[in-house]
Each structure stands twice: as structure tokens, then as C-alpha cells.
Design a protein around this ligand. Structure first.
Ligand SMILES: [Zn+2]
Length: 405
């Protein structure tokens, strides 16, 4: 068994950060924080009765894992949560179950499964009763005990992983491996859309044309076909894919440009004062899939009065948002941390009107071909070449997938 993890090592991290201006790839090199190797003592046995061993088949290099690997997330309040000494990477993965503990009830040997998010501790993995409120309501990604060290080993980057059965989603037979490996970002896109389903004629803006941004456009098309969809991106390959998905307009994602073009498209009025721009009018719902210092501030500026801003990508730095806009325009800002519990999709049958998991919503969209993933997986690299793959995944790549023998 081999896997990929990052480890807390302030001195080593500091050295790598110092070298980064002259050596941009240092964080992903052997001098950086990414470790590739055998996980030692725990790999031979399952840590408890509800744990499962999974043989990985393919894994995606997603933006969130890559940001962790590169040490890009700094200076935010979330960084204050004690980090586990070791954090395993690769939350986008499909594999099959090869061993189950005696108390496992949700999966069997031979089942095809995906991870539902980054493997961290939850009330289920810690066997805590009663569970905390987020866990009790089907949102383990928000568990109040996630700072407790996790008992599992490995994740998607590596040939095997040992995870708790509650951290797996059983893949429907109808889905291909390529669809399955994109289920985790598709589930986050579904959660973002279901926060407030756009009404007919509403104008939506997706900032960032990365895989999650594209899946969001596709999910909006499927669940709210009469909403207008505008995508902000500066990347040609992202714009091309979004055009195929049927977005209505593409605008630049650069700070300043995005407000100007976005305001023009929505017939909003703009006012300038002392270098800041105020937009009266704008989009009904805005999804920030970039998480840069500028993107969330632009999203709040461009949100219509009473509008909603959904923060989908983890901001890499503490972001300054003008609170007067939130108050004066009664804007709602919500986050999407990972898959959780959702209201039913709009076309669910009468007997399916209860809560759904985000993973089930996404799997249904893919199974019914309501969203297509053609053109999403642009590169495939044997997993043994992981460092090469990480360097390749940095720019101009929609989704690079690691393949296992
Ligand atoms: Zn919990």
C-alpha cells in the first residue's frame, strides 16, 4: 500500500515557501510538503469493525487537494483548526471494496465506491453517540469533531485506502468510472444549486471555469433550464467547454472587468467613488468557484438586492467583503464545504420528496444524462507518476485523472 499525504512541518514549509518565488514548483517537489510513500504501522489491519479497505481504480487531481498540496491556504480563520499531523490527499476517487470489518452494513466486498469528501473524523468514524447536530442532519463534512485525528489511512492518491463505511458512497452500476470519479465535485455543484434553486428567468453568474464551475453550469442547465447562466473565466479551454454546455454568456474573470461586463449584461447601474464601484442591480445568484481575494468581493458587489452568493471554493486568503453591501442590499452569503443533505431535486417523484444526499442528487443527474462530462477528463497519467501528474495539473488542464493498474 502506498499513498500521498501532507505533514505539518513548519521549518520545511517555511523553507519551501522562501524558495517558491524562484522555484514555483518547489511545493510539489521532494523538498515540499507532499509525501509519497508507505504509511507504515497501520496499513495491515482495519482500525475497527466498521472500516473498509478499498482498492483504487482512478482518482482525480482536484482544485481543493491541489491547494492543500501547494500550501496555498494561509491566513484564514479555518487554518486555526488544529490540523491532523498527517492529511491524506485525493478526495475524488473511484475504487472497489476488497475487505470489510465485521460490523460493516453499508457496502460489501466487490462494491464500487467513491469517497464523499476529504476523509476527516466525524461522529460516525469516532463512534460518538449522540452525534453532533451537523452529523445528525446528514452533513458530516461540517462535523464538530473533525479536528480529532482520523483513524483511517490513505485516500484517492495511492493504490489503496482504509476508510470508515460512512465515508463511502455506493456507485450505481449505470455510471462509468469517469462519471464516478467526478461525483464528489458534481455533488458540491448540486449542493450549491440546491441552496436556492433559481426561478425561471433569474440571472446567475458562475465565477471560475474550473471543473466545479463547469459542473455548476451543467447542473444549473439541468435543474433550472430557464435561468440565464453567465460564466466568468479568462481561460480559453474553459470557455470552449462552457460553450458546449450551453452557458448564455462568457465574461472575463479579471477584477474590475467582471463587474463592468457583469453590470452591462444585467442592465445594472454602476457608480464610482474613491476607487470603489457600487453596482445597483446585478445577478440573482452568484457562485464563487475561484476563492481568490478578488472573486468573493466581486461576487458580493455584483449580487442583486436580496441576492445570494454561494462560496464554493475555499478562499486561499482571508477575504475582505464590504459589509455595507451585505446590509444595504440584504445579500445572503452561504458556503459549500462538501457533500451533505439536500432538499429533493425539482423533478423528484412524489415518493422521493424526503431529504437526499448531494451524492445521490449528482449520481441521478449523471445517470439520467442530464449532465454530460464529455471533455472534462483531459489527461490520464499512471498513478505511479504522481509528482509528474501534480506538476502537469497546474494550468490549462480541466481534470487530470490518475490511473491504477
Ligand atoms: Zn459530528
Amino acid at each position: 500500500m502506498w499513498c500521498v499525504w501532507i505533514e505539518r512541518a513548519p521549518l520545511r514549509d517555511g523553507l519551501a515557501r522562501t524558495l517558491r518565488p524562484v522555484w514555483p514548483g518547489v511545493m510539489l517537489s521532494r523538498l515540499g510538503r507532499v509525501h509519497v510513500g508507505h504509511p507504515t504501522r497501520r496499513e495491515a489491519v482495519l482500525p475497527g469493525g466498521q472500516w473498509v479497505r478499498v482498492r483504487n481504480r482512478q482518482a482525480g487531481i482536484g482544485e481543493a487537494d491541489l491547494a492543500l498540496a501547494q500550501g496555498l491556504l494561509r491566513g484564514t480563520a479555518a487554518q486555526a483548526i488544529p490540523q491532523p499531523k498527517r492529511r491524506y490527499l485525493g478526495r475524488e476517487v473511484v475504487g472497489w471494496v476488497t475487505e470489510v470489518g465485521p460490523d460493516v452494513t453499508l457496502v460489501q466486498v466487490g462494491d464500487r465506491v467513491v469517497l464523499t469528501g476529504e476523509p476527516l473524523s466525524t461522529c460516525a468514524t469516532l463512534s460518538l453517540q449522540p452525534p453532533c447536530r451537523p452529523c445528525a442532519t446528514g452533513n458530516p463534512a461540517l462535523c464538530q469533531h473533525r479536528a480529532v485525528p482520523w483513524s483511517g489511512t490513505g485516500a484517492g492518491w495511492g493504490d489503496e485506502m482504509i476508510v470508515h463505511e460512512s465515508q463511502l458512497f455506493l456507485v450505481p452500476d449505470a455510471l462509468t468510472d469517469d462519471q464516478s470519479v467526478l461525483l464528489e465535485p458534481a455533488a458540491r455543484a448540486a449542493r450549491a444549486v440546491l441552496h436556492r434553486l433559481p426561478e425561471p428567468g433569474m440571472q446567475t453568474l458562475v465565477i471560475g471555469g474550473n471543473a466545479v464551475g463547469q459542473l455548476l453550469c451543467a447542473t444549473l442547465k439541468a435543474m433550472a433550464p430557464s435561468a440565464q447562466i453567465v460564466l466568468a473565466t479568462d481561460e480559453v479551454h474553459e470557455a470552449k467547454l462552457a460553450q458546449r454546455l450551453g452557458v448564455n454568456h462568457i465574461i472575463p474573470a479579471r477584477a474590475g472587468q467582471i463587474s463592468r461586463k457583469g453590470a452591462a449584461l444585467t442592465n445594472a447601474q454602476t457608480f464610482q467613488r474613491r476607487g470603489t464601484t457600487y453596482v445597483l442591480g446585478g445577478f440573482d445568484i452568484i457562485y464563487d468557484c475561484l476563492g481568490t481575494t478578488a472573486s468573493l468581493a466581486e461576487a458580493v458587489r455584483l449580487a442583486q438586492s436580496g441576492g445570494l452568493v454561494v462560496s464554493v471554493a475555499a478562499p486561499a486568503r482571508a477575504v475582505r467583503v464590504d459589509p455595507s453591501l451585505v446590509q444595504q442590499d440584504e445579500i445572503t452569503i452561504v458556503g459549500v464545504a462538501g457533500a451533505g443533505s439536500e432538499p429533493p431535486p425539482p423533478d423528484a417523484k412524489e415518493n422521493q420528496r424526503g431529504r437526499w444526499s448531494s451524492m445521490a442528487v449528482a449520481a441521478r443527474l449523471l445517470r439520467k444524462k442530464q449532465i454530460s462530462i464529455d471533455g472534462f477528463i483531459t489527461h490520464r497519467v499512471p498513478a505511479t507518476r504522481i509528482r509528474h501528474a501534480l506538476r502537469q495539473a497546474r494550468s490549462g488542464v480541466m481534470r487530470l485523472v490518475l490511473t491504477y493498474e
